[in-house]
Design a binder for this molecule. Structure first.
Ligand SMILES: O=c1nc[nH]c2c1ncn2[C@H]1C[C@H](O)[C@@H](COP(=O)(O)OP(=O)(O)OP(=O)(O)O)O1
Ligand SMILES: [Mg+2]
Length: 209
């Protein structure tokens, strides 16, 4: 949690005006807004500014987060925070990884993407483990091109069938270690106590604010 000092530091560091949340994923925009709420920073989404969705040509989460943040900062003239994240399944050598959004296809159907994850694990045979982790890279970029990035992680297990309708993306098939409910069944505040996004955010706050 922030105190007044953290809040003042954050506002001083970001300067007057707003912070662009450089994501076109409403689930992420909501979660980042919840994580930023204690800092009293005014935000605006990439969608509200009509910013284009850049092609994610990077080969790492950090590279993709940086390119999204830098493009938004450059086009808007405001500091911008981007998130590149995904689900990495150990039995699938880390897939879908940076391709997590792309596995849901052009219609962004995560019913299909979750089924694909499960079918691919099954195809590995009965000995295949269900271990997985989420990664979140957060990048904060300024209009002058300066950028800082942080990577967070949470470990857990893939479950089937999917459970819960909270959260977004792959949340219904991910159960974090030490818990008996999926991210899809979890209160947002509880998810923010342990998620990959909260981990990256804590590092960003410690380093930047
Ligand atoms: O907490 C999460 N709970 C469930 N699923 C998640 C989470 N975090 C990332 N994911 C999955 C779904 C998402 O679609 C993909 C990220 O792909 P990624 O390219 O970073 O985001 P995106 O294309 O959806 O939006 P944008 O690039 O505009 O920020 O990984
Ligand atoms: Mg994307």
């Amino acid at each position: 949690m922030s105190d007044d000092f953290g809040q003042e530091q954050a506002i001083r560091k970001l300067g007057p005006g707003r912070l662009v949340i450089a994501s076109h994923n409403p689930g992420k925009v909501r979660e980042i807004g919840e994580l930023l709420a204690p800092y009293g920073i005014e935000t605006v989404s990439a969608a509200a500014l009509d910013l284009p969705e850049p092609e994610e040509t990077g080969t790492t989460f950090i590279a993709n987060a940086e390119l999204k943040a830098m493009q938004a900062a450059d086009l808007s003239g405001l500091p911008a925070l981007a998130d590149d994240s995904g689900l990495c399944v150990e039995a699938l050598n880390g897939d879908p990884g940076i391709f997590s959004a792309r596995w849901a296809g052009p219609t962004k159907d995560f019913g299909i993407a979750m089924r694909l994850v499960w079918d691919n694990i099954q195809a590995k045979g009965p000995e295949a483990g269900h271990g997985a982790h989420f990664i979140c890279a957060l990048a904060l970029a300024w209009p002058d091109g300066h950028v800082e990035a942080f990577e967070g992680r949470v470990d857990g297990t893939i479950i089937w069938p999917p459970r819960g309708d909270r959260g977004f993306g792959y949340d219904p098939i991910f159960q974090p270690h030490g818990h008996d409910i999926s991210f899809g069944e979890m209160d947002p505040e509880k998810k923010h106590g342990m998620s990959h996004r909260a981990d990256a955010f804590a590092q960003l706050v410690a380093a930047v604010f």
